[in-house]
Design a protein around this ligand. Structure first.
Ligand SMILES: Nc1ncnc2c1ncn2[C@@H]1O[C@H](COP(=O)(O)OP(=O)(O)OP(=O)(O)O)[C@@H](O)[C@H]1O
Length: 323
């Protein structure tokens, strides 16, 4: 993917198993391999429960995989401990769906926004006012919001505060976990525009988790599609509807666009619901819902493989030997 771009962060063979009832094991991430490029946005899309958040939590060291590596500039951050782990948090910051749950309601915006700067001794107490004003203005909020409490702000304004706090330490990577999903569509759009603008100004690498493929398309450079813990397709976001080939990606596209619209390729309708991640079928995880599944799909799990310069897919329909 994007061969000439600089890889900042790379997940290699990342698997996460959770123990489940009855001695069973839930595989939330199954051998994930993804790259994040300098100044670019990788969108991670898929239905609820497919393992998006589980994966992104590794990137910000909120959890560690059962197997695999997360390399930040070549160093495996899953092995970091103590002070090294703490210092690394400056490089990769995260914004969650609901900032209210991560904000202390008794803290003023000034203290919320400046907390990371104070924690890492980047500023003195006397510099908080100016730092907060600068950060609020960066996210296009008035500087005097510093004296407000989170509950005196709208959802969109709170999310701007969350972005200001996440960018306070000037991280190289920003992870947005459904960061606009709770907002009204019009507000969502203004937050996306802000993120895109800040990315251009600061050359930030972004990981954008979202269940909405149309939203991802509007702000990501590259899209990775997940299904039941597996990445099934990775491709450029530009003209995604024309280029996507995996039956699941096409079904996701079909769920947002008019089935009758002509995108150059037929759009399959998605059947049924995703099985429980405790009952992932053998072979291709999507085969139970795939209109084109064959015997090979039941017998053998397709591996993610390259089918174009910037395009990978895990689907037997696109195996080289079958072409
Ligand atoms: N700590 C945990 N213990 C057990 N199972 C977990 C744990 N965390 C996640 N899971 C399971 O792993 C699977 C993937 O969850 P995850 O939250 O990563 O999905 P998601 O794609 O982010 O979905 P959503 O958009 O609903 O958050 C789900 O079946 C979930 O129940």
């Amino acid at each position: 993917m994007f061969e000439h771009d600089e890889v900042v962060l790379e997940a290699k063979h990342v698997t996460r198993r959770f123990p489940a009832s009855g001695g069973r094991t839930l595989v939330a991430n199954d051998d994930i391999n993804l790259k994040f490029y300098k100044g670019k946005t990788l969108g991670l899309v898929g239905e609820s429960g497919c393992g998006k958040s589980t994966f992104m939590r590794f990137l910000v060291s909120l959890d560690t995989p059962s197997e695999g590596e997360i390399l930040y500039r070549g160093k495996d951050i899953t092995k970091l401990k103590g002070e090294e782990l703490r210092q690394n948090r400056q490089n990769i910051q995260m914004v969650f769906q609901d900032p209210t749950s991560s904000f202390n309601p008794k803290m003023k915006i000034r203290d919320i926004v400046c907390e990371p700067l104070m924690n890492f001794n980047r500023i003195r107490k006397s510099e908080k006012d100016a730092a907060c004003r600068r950060l609020l203005e960066m996210v296009e909020l008035p500087g005097d919001f510093a004296d407000r409490y989170p509950h005196n702000m709208s959802g969109g304004q709170r999310q701007r505060v969350a972005i200001a706090r996440a960018l306070a330490l000037e991280p190289e990577i920003l992870i947005l976990d459904e960061a606009t999903s709770a907002l009204d569509v019009s507000v969502q759009q203004t937050i996306i525009e802000l993120i895109v603008k800040l990315q251009k100004e600061k050359n930030i690498t972004i990981g954008f988790i979202c269940h909405d493929i149309s939203l991802i398309q509007s702000c990501a450079h590259e899209v990775a599609v997940m299904y039941l813990g597996n990445v099934v397709e990775v491709l450029p976001a530009k003209n995604l509807s024309e280029h996507a080939v995996h039956p699941y990606t096409r079904a996701l596209i079909g769920s947002i666009f008019d089935i009758g619209m002509d995108f150059g390729k037929p759009i399959e309708e998605i059947k049924g619901e995703a099985p429980s991640p405790l009952d992932v079928p053998a072979g291709c995880p999507f085969r139970g819902r795939c209109p084109k599944a064959t015997e090979k799909c039941a017998a053998e799990k397709p591996k993610l493989h390259q089918i174009g310069a910037d395009h990978e897919v895990a689907c037997h329909l696109f195996d080289k030997e079958d072409k």
